[in-house]
Write a protein that binds this ligand. Structure first.
Ligand code: GCV
Length: 674
């Protein structure tokens, strides 16, 4: 019996709020037996009391549900749609798995309308910035062979409310729109449909040239427009509920409307008009920057603000959480608070491109929530990024959307690191309800994935909740950013001079004899602060009021600058790194303290990775501070962990991986942990 039948097959039968086995007995449904939070099939209610409402309830909409007790004290799920009943069933299962008693009626409606995963998967099976093996999609096997993982993926997503998935990389291969690939995509769409998940595709803007041999891909050319209209009609004839397109245009070498002297609005509108009759949307990315710009962080606002109001209504501008590129901490992208007449959505990165790949345990929900809760002050206090992207600031909630770049691959544990599944889970839960706390989400995930026992959940949740801040401290304390070794983005390389200037760490840290940090102030710097509304503009502009955790993002300060703590900037950097190292070490002890609650397989794998994470924390500190020391001529305080390698040794170290890989634990610089 498949789990879906188990959940939904026995309609209107009585649900006891306890644990029952499926008719076929206990059998784990997922591929390695103890992986996803959906866990053991025996914890699935055998039957669920559920009822489609005879009259449409506006409060619930198309995806919401209500759970109440009937006269017999049994829980009943009510919804307008099958999708609502499904989400209600998963909700009930979650409560049961987490041992949460239902004390009153429940009403749940998803906050965002479009809750979408972005896969950066390529037709050749590689995943850009993917650290969980190869792509889940086996294009060479499709459409003939269907792996059970496809449905498991859908089920996992449905359980957390994800309702859309972009199957391919934004650096898009035009072939994805060919008939051959559309037939493969159809198979996945058919599998996902019962789980209320629509498929979307990333498109290559030059597809008319590459695929159809047209002379141009100019969005105002009538043959190009005709080609897109016909292509879209073809797609909808194969996949009637196709969601729409994600587009990376004129960014990092991708083709786009500017190649033909047209604007982003011209390009986006042409595609949007083609999908509009079918109810499709276009997610047009704002991740644009040119090598010659003196401040990459300013460019999205500079390019998109002049176009505000020109985009058609089914275009949503997809904006990365921060203005540079998924660093462990960035201020929110100011574009969220600038556009007024344009739909905006946030793009979060679930895959840990800059946060230790799948070697580091970093629970990301606190980072995303920091962004969503940030106040842009666009229309006064309360204009948070969440409110902007939910369409509440400008009263346009119809297009509310959020995207997460996935960390999913064909690795046996799905995400490359057992604990990284928490980020997939958290993204879905956040998209459903951005007000949920990081703590609630991580505890839910731990209880469902391992055990609900408090002695396990409490310490591990505390560890995971501290992990993002620890990562910031050991990778980019005080707003230092992009000091990564390129192009794999694993490990430190503040000296790295191997790529184009705006990809090199020196562009960002600007370490020199006079100090360190990127001056984005109004008087002496790039004036990126001007893209924020008051009171943030002034707050960030002044080193005395700028929060310590972003101070080197906005300011270039002398090495002996007096911090609020009374320490010099140099010492503050050393001690912040030291905190990160200490916290990473403490994670190992926490994990060891819960060994008896975890199976040996997962315990051992996570343990080995936590050890590597603590070693990497020292590596980061050594590389960064030894490199900076050349300019500061100051010493690492004696009560800090002392360097174990020289700068020369670290500079000579080569990882030898591509940006599709995560390094093997034994191929990294050796460190001794005290
Ligand atoms: C898909 C960063 C990453 C690229 C990624 C790009 C993007 O630059 O390093 O791998 O490309 O962001 O988001 O488009």
């Amino acid at each position: 019996m498949r789990i879906r039948e188990c959940l939904f097959g026995l309609s209107m039968a009585v649900l006891a709020m306890g644990f029952q086995s499926c008719a076929n007995g206990a059998r784990r449904e997922n591929r390695s037996g103890h992986d996803l939070w959906l866990g053991d099939i025996t914890s699935t209610p055998q039957a669920v009391n559920k009822s489609l409402l005879s009259e449409y309830d506006n409060k619930l909409g198309d995806e919401g549900f209500r759970i109440s007790r009937n006269d017999r004290g049994e829980s009943v799920i009510y919804a307008n749609t099958e999708a609502g009943l499904m989400y209600g069933t998963y909700h009930l299962k979650r409560l049961m798995d987490c041992n949460v008693k239902m004390t009153s009626d429940i009403l749940e409606v998803p906050a965002y309308k479009y809750r979408i995963l972005n896969h950066w998967d390529n037709p050749n099976g590689t995943v850009e910035r993917g650290y969980a093996g190869k792509s889940l999609w086996k294009w060479d096997e499709l459409p003939g062979q269907i792996r059970p993982e496809y449905e498991e993926y859908a089920r996992a997503n449905a359980s957390i409310g994800i309702n859309g998935t972009v199957l391919n990389n934004v650096n898009a291969d035009a072939r994805m729109l060919s008939r051959e690939y559309l037939e493969k995509v159809k198979v996945l769409a058919d599998i996902f449909r019962p789980y209320n998940i629509k498929v979307y595709l990333s498109l290559n803007f030059a597809a008319p040239k590459h695929l159809a041999g047209l002379q141009t891909s100019d969005p105002l050319d009538k043959d190009v427009i005709k080609w897109w209209n016909e292509k879209v009609a073809e797609i909808y004839s194969i996949i009637p509920d196709f969601g729409g397109f994600l587009v990376k245009a004129n960014s990092e070498g991708q083709s786009g409307p500017q190649d033909y002297g047209r604007t982003h609005a011209d390009g986006a509108n042409m595609i949007a008009d083609a999908v509009k009759p079918y109810g499709g949307i276009v997610m047009w990315r704002a991740f644009v920057y040119a090598a010659e710009s003196p401040d990459r962080a300013k460019q999205a606002v500079e390019e998109f603000m002049p176009l505000d109001g020109q985009f058609h209504d089914n275009v949503i501008i997809q904006i990365k959480n921060g203005p540079v590129d998924f660093q462990p901490r960035e201020p929110f992208s100011p574009l969220f608070g600038q556009l007024e007449h344009t739909n905006v959505m946030a793009e979060m990165q679930i895959t840990q491109e800059y946060l230790g790949h799948s070697n580091h345990m970093v629970y990301l929900h606190p980072m995303w929530k920091e962004c969503l809760d940030a106040d842009t002050y666009q229309k006064g206090e309360g204009s948070t990024v969440a409110a902007e992207t939910l369409g509440k600031v400008h009263g346009n909630t119809q297009w509310s959307a959020i995207a997460g770049v996935t960390n999913i691959g064909d690795s046996v544990n799905w995400c490359g690191h057992h604990m990284a599944q928490a980020n997939w889970y958290a993204f879905g839960r956040m998209a459903w309800d951005p007000d949920l706390s990081s703590e609630q989400i991580v505890k839910e995930w731990l209880a469902q994935t391992f055990t609900p026992q408090k002695k396990f959940v409490e310490p591990v949740a505390t560890m995971m909740l501290a992990s993002r801040e620890a990562c910031v401290k050991y990778e980019m304390p005080m707003g230092l950013h992009h000091t990564f070794k390129g192009p794999d983005h694993y490990g430190p390389g503040p000296w790295d001079r191997s790529s184009r200037p705006d990809w090199e760490p020196a562009y960002y840290h600007k370490a020199a004899a006079d100090g360190v940090g990127f001056d984005r102030t109004s008087k002496t710097g790039s004036n990126a602060v001007s893209q924020y509304h008051e009171p943030l503009r002034s707050l960030y502009d002044n080193a005395e009021t700028c929060p310590d955790n972003l101070i080197l993002w906005f300011h270039h300060l002398p090495w002996d600058y007096k911090m609020k703590s009374g320490r010099t900037l140099w010492d503050e950097l050393c001690y912040t790194f030291e905190d990160g190292i200490r916290e990473a070490r403490s994670f190992i002890r926490t994990w060891e303290s819960v060994e008896k609650y975890v199976d040996a397989y997962r315990y051992g794998q996570v343990h080995d990775k936590l050890v590597r994470q603590a070693k990497d924390a020292i590596w980061w500190r050594d590389a960064t501070m030894l490199y900076f020391q050349q300019y500061s001529n100051m010493d690492i305080p004696s009560d800090c962990t002392q360097p174990q390698h020289t700068l020369d040794e670290l500079r000579r170290f080569r990882l030898g991986i591509t940006n599709y890989e995560t390094p093997a634990l034994d191929k990294l610089p050796e460190y001794t942990l005290e």
